[in-house]
Ligand binder design. Structure first.
Ligand SMILES: [Zn+2]
Length: 141
């Protein structure tokens, strides 16, 4: 989503701190929401929660979606790590080694998904990850 100057209406460059046409300072509210949407994922649930609480970002529906999905991804990753950790500890030798491998593959897949979502936020696409997006909708704020 491109933003425009509050005073003269000229198009603003991404991340610009002042208007290239009239020189008016750009308020944080006028910062493109796609940058903030990408930032929602950078600190996982922490940045997700921050951007759901901090004005004016928490009034932007794109930002809200990505913030919630970031929280959902974090919860899924933590849950996955706990389940795998328990299985690795409890299962006998050979099976334990299998789950150590599965754990690494899962971490790799989640890291790739995380990177993909940073990019989806950046291009302003509300990409809904199956299941995770439903969890995201359930975030109560
Ligand atoms: Zn201007």
């Amino acid at each position: 989503m491109a933003s425009s100057c509050q005073r003269c209406g000229a198009a603003l460059n991404i991340g610009a701190s002042s208007c290239p046409s009239c020189g008016a300072p750009v308020a944080p509210a006028a910062q493109p929401s796609n940058i903030i949407s990408a930032l929602c994922y950078l600190g996982f649930a922490i940045t997700g929660i921050i951007f759901l609480l901090v004005e004016p970002y928490n009034r932007d529906e794109d930002v809200r979606f990505h913030a919630r999905q970031s929280i959902a991804l974090s919860v899924a990753w933590i849950a996955f790590s706990i389940v795998m950790g328990v299985l690795i500890a409890v299962l006998p030798g050979p099976l334990s080694h299998l789950f150590i491998m599965l754990n690494r593959l899962g971490d790799l897949a989640l890291a790739i998904l995380w990177l993909f979502l940073v990019y989806q936020g950046y291009i302003g696409n509300r990409f809904r990850v199956p299941v995770l997006a439903d969890w995201a909708d359930a975030v109560p704020f």
